[in-house]
Design a protein around this ligand. Structure first.
Ligand code: ZN
Ligand code: ZN
Length: 527
């Protein structure tokens, strides 16, 4: 029998790529050390050079059928004769293992067998290959060392162990254990993982092993004795304010080069120089020694919309971090300094994966501040008359109406056309806006998003209308108002009506055109 196993060199710890880790996440998420029953090798054919184990025992003992299982004395003797190791003898010998180590139980059982039959004293020298664990218990300390080596430099509180066994080995052990071991004997996998855990704790008493939600999963491949580390992302919750328009929430690859980097994007690969994600995430990469981030917002505002008030809740995910214990005040100060006033973060704290789902699925009721101009629907006739006038005549017409006289002829005509074209004054506009409070809107999918959203009619409520300000600028009412709306309300459409697709709308009620000048998220009423 070949006794060159195990290999004496420590195998290298390999780090999983992000893709592998993502793929594997679900498989191991529930696989605690000592409880991982998933067989990840089910499609792998392991070539067994050894002859079938039971056949071999049959050759050793022609009265195989008469051998009772442990803990019968003959059963124990048979286990010793076929080369069982002390750990496996402790596991299969039928003694209580509570509060005792397997190796200790096994040693004492072996001693009992030898006392009855001294021929068994050198059984382990004759048969050095334990047919139950294939000598894996002898590797427990080596594996613990490899794991600790791999973990060097990682900051973590929660480590979980997982193991991949070749399917054939598991099945074979199962079969042999049930035939020769005492009934109720613990399976190889859980005992081996306990043994590795025990060794880990002896080497590092601070190490904390968990059965769920690990920060690092150490996966032991028991065929090759390789250990791979699946370093889980670190999550941080916070809220961001966006002070500047023109910043998208997440990274947006350059349309010309699709992110590879070209002249148009100044080799950044990004369509926009900044995003909330990059402003928040990029400074964190060096702080956490991570190589990439993902951004999860509680909804998002359009690129030209600012976000004020308490800001928008988000969770940022740092992938493959070495560090996890960082002073959050330092983190926030770094982000805010680097963003040069474009954004501001606050309320940041450590979070976890489950909060990504919560943040993404919370329907956030929002307040918006929206600014729009009120103009008459159209007056083609008037403009033709004005076109016939000279510039000086237009200027005197402007002064008659109390309007500014500056600008080109076209500007003057537009000013005169807009001025006083709506009969609404500040009081009537204010009264109408106040009447929108509590109204349920019917909103057909807006034209501007119809290409990517299903065309349907949604009902959304305007919860509150406040802070109405109306200014007359060149005879044109300019309105600013706060609208608190149900999650998912199309706010610009609520004002301009989207050609009758949103009913009622401010535009429809005024029977006028409402030109939206800008929009801000005034606050997000969540968390
Ligand atoms: Zn063994
Ligand atoms: Zn580009």
């Amino acid at each position: 029998m070949d006794c060159s196993f195990p290999p004496q060199d420590y195998p290298l710890v390999k780090k999983m790529t992000e893709e592998e880790a993502d793929d594997d996440w679900q498989k191991y998420a529930s696989g605690g050390f000592g409880s991982t029953d998933l067989d990840l090798w089910s499609d792998l054919t392991v070539e067994m050079e050894e002859p079938d184990a039971e056949e071999e025992f049959a050759q050793l003992n022609t009265h195989l059928q008469e051998i009772p299982p442990a803990p019968a004395p003959d059963g124990l003797k048979h286990l010793v004769r076929i080369g069982i190791c002390d750990h496996c003898l402790g596991r299969l010998g039928g003694r209580s293992t509570i509060g005792r180590e397997l190796v200790e139980i096994g040693t004492s059982l072996r001693q009992q067998v030898i006392e009855r039959d001294n021929d068994m004293a050198d059984a382990r020298e004759k048969e050095q290959w334990c047919p139950f664990c294939e000598n894996l218990f002898a590797e427990a300390k080596v594996l613990a060392t490899i794991i600790l080596e791999g973990l060097k430099g990682h900051e973590f509180d929660r480590l979980q162990l997982g193991a991949q066994f070749p399917k054939d080995q598991t099945e074979n052990e199962d079969h042999l254990r049930k035939r020769f071991g005492a009934s109720g004997s613990a399976p190889l996998k859980s005992c081996l993982m306990d043994e590795i855990t025990k060794n880990l704790k002896e080497m590092d008493s601070d190490i904390k092993l968990v059965n769920e939600k690990p920060e690092i999963m150490a996966l032991i491949d028991l065929l090759t004795l390789n250990v791979s580390l699946d370093v889980r992302s670190h999550y941080i919750y916070g809220r961001y304010l966006k002070h500047e328009r023109g910043i998208p929430q997440t990274r947006w690859p350059c349309r010309s080069c699709k992110g590879r980097g070209c002249k148009k994007c100044d080799n950044t690969g990004q369509q926009y120089q900044h995003s909330i994600q990059s402003l928040v995430g990029d400074p964190l990469l060096s702080i956490y020694d991570s190589h990439d981030h993902a951004f999860h917002g509680m909804g998002r505002e359009d690129i030209d919309v600012r976000c004020m008030g308490r800001g928008r809740p988000f969770v940022i995910e740092l992938k493959n971090p070495l560090r996890r214990k960082v002073d959050m005040n330092e983190v926030m100060a770094t982000i805010n300094d680097n963003s040069e006033g474009r954004i501001e973060v606050h309320a940041m704290r450590d979070s976890q994966r489950s909060e990504v789902v919560r943040v993404k699925e919370t329907p956030a009721e929002k307040s918006y501040r929206i600014c729009f101009q009120v103009k008459a629907k159209s007056d083609e006739e008037g403009s033709e008359d004005l076109n016939a006038l000279k510039k000086s005549e237009l200027e005197s017409l402007c002064s008659e109406k109390g309007l500014k006289k500056s600008g080109t002829k076209a500007v003057l005509i537009e000013r005169l056309n807009d001025a006083g074209t709506t009969s609404h004054d500040a009081a009537s506009i204010t009264a109408l806006l106040e009447g929108m409070e509590g109204v349920t809107l019917k909103q057909r999918t807006p034209k501007r998003v119809a290409h990517r959203r299903a065309d349907k009619i949604r009902e959304r409520k305007v919860m509150e209308v406040s802070n109405i300000k109306v200014k007359m600028i060149d005879g044109v009412p300019q309105v600013e108002v706060d609208l608190r709306c149900e999650s998912g309300t199309y706010v610009k459409e609520t004002v301009h009506g989207d050609d009758g697709r949103t009913v009622p709308s401010v535009s429809g009620l005024l029977d006028a055109q409402c030109h939206v000048q800008w929009l801000d998220v005034a606050d997000i009423h969540a968390d």
